[in-house]
Write a protein that binds this ligand. Structure first.
Ligand code: KG4
Ligand code: ZN
Length: 348
């Protein structure tokens, strides 16, 4: 069964052809990063217009790279949330039109479930069924959460950010430092030259509020809004002169360490009775996070599954994977599903 998958939840237009359950035959990603760069963040109007312009070409490319034609498509999968409403609608409209025209079933997919299962797309990864229960750490520009997955379609949210996502913390920090957008990859590169212990930036407040946050252990919840304020005040008191690259790298490495430290510490706490950790989302590309998680896994005898670089950021292969696993919402009537911008991570 060949699944044509479409992803347009934010600022990447992506189309993949995935063979059930999740063999990736093509995965075309058109990034709009250059369009949003001048604004320092994603502009929803620009994002949805660009999806409208490029999606038809990206669909054709997705088929072509898989060596497939329209007759080879057996089902359509599409992200219906969470994300930007106007961006989601573009993919949904295209997917519904294709399903109707081709008379094929359609599967509506939760984008975050895609990130959760993305590490299993790596050729050497075990099948998800063989590692239940596993812990998923999803770290992206819009989300930061810890999810326990007990079976296909059965997951529990253990913790999430109470304010900014980890990727937002990178992007906003980079903005304060005048480093450009998106800040994550730039800080990752610069941070490699710096000393992570140069300055102790705060490690998030959520842990000090003992007890529960919406039923979740507050010590498994993240908080990053105080971190960027701490950087703002630090820079006011300690301006970095132009050209002082070493100082800049030290501040970046320290700021990055505060983000990574809280991710690793809370993940380790949530892993207590779980043997496998699966990590996905754009921030999981971060080299410091990868090496700290690898060290943790090695020291504690845990299995670590990291998404491959091409499956970390937003991509349609992970959406097709959800449909291939039989997850998602298979539409009986083609028009029955609306965009769901605030869809929760554990919903199908
Ligand atoms: O998953 P993604 O492509 O989109 C969302 O669903 O949000 O994640 C984008 C985020 C951005 O905030 C970007 O700065 C961050 O991932 N990112 C990184 C790295 N590469 C991308 N953050 C830290 N280190 C990186 N190497
Ligand atoms: Zn995403």
């Amino acid at each position: 069964m060949n699944i044509l998958a479409i992803e347009t939840s934010c600022d990447e237009t992506s189309v993949a052809l995935v063979r059930k359950p999740y063999e990736v035959c093509s995965n075309v990603i058109f990034s709009q990063v250059d369009l949003h760069g001048p604004y320092g963040g994603v502009v929803p109007e620009i994002a949805c217009r660009s999806h409208v312009e490029v999606l038809p070409g990206v669909i054709e490319e997705g088929l072509q790279q898989a060596g497939a034609g329209w007759n080879d498509v057996d089902a359509i999968a599409v992200t219906y949330g969470p994300g930007l409403a106007s961006s989601l609608l573009v993919g949904l409209a295209a997917a519904k039109a294709l399903a109707m025209r081709l008379k094929k079933p359609i599967c509506y997919v939760n984008h975050l479930q895609g990130h959760i299962y993305s590490p299993f797309l790596a050729p050497e990864a075990p099948a998800p069924e063989s590692v239940f229960p596993f812990l998923s750490l999803v770290v992206s520009g819009g989300h930061t959460c810890l999810v326990r997955v007990d079976a296909l379609g059965k997951s529990t949210l253990l913790g999430q950010t109470i304010d900014d996502a980890a990727g937002e913390a990178f992007d906003k920090g980079a903005n304060l430092l005048g480093l450009g957008y998106p800040g994550g990859p730039i800080m990752d590169k610069l941070g490699r030259e710096g000393n992570p212990d140069f300055h102790a930036f705060p490690r998030g407040r959520a842990k000090r509020e003992r007890g529960l946050i919406n039923g979740m252990d507050s010590d498994l919840c993240f908080s990053y809004s105080g971190l960027k304020t701490a950087l703002l005040y630090y820079l006011k008191q300690n301006p970095i002169e132009d050209g002082n690259q070493q100082l800049l790298a030290d501040v970046v490495a320290s700021y990055q360490e505060a983000i990574v430290d809280s991710l690793v510490r809370k993940t380790a706490k949530a892993m207590k009775d779980i043997d496998t950790l699966a990590v996905g989302g754009g921030v999981s590309l971060n080299s410091r996070l990868r090496s700290r998680l690898a060290a943790y896994a090695e020291a504690n005898g845990k299995q670590l599954l990291l998404a491959q670089a091409k499956h970390c950021g937003d991509n349609a292969a992970m959406i097709g994977c959800i449909a291939g696993l039989g997850l998602g919402r298979w539409g009986d009537s083609l028009m029955d599903c609306d965009a769901s911008p605030n869809l929760r991570v554990t919903e199908q």
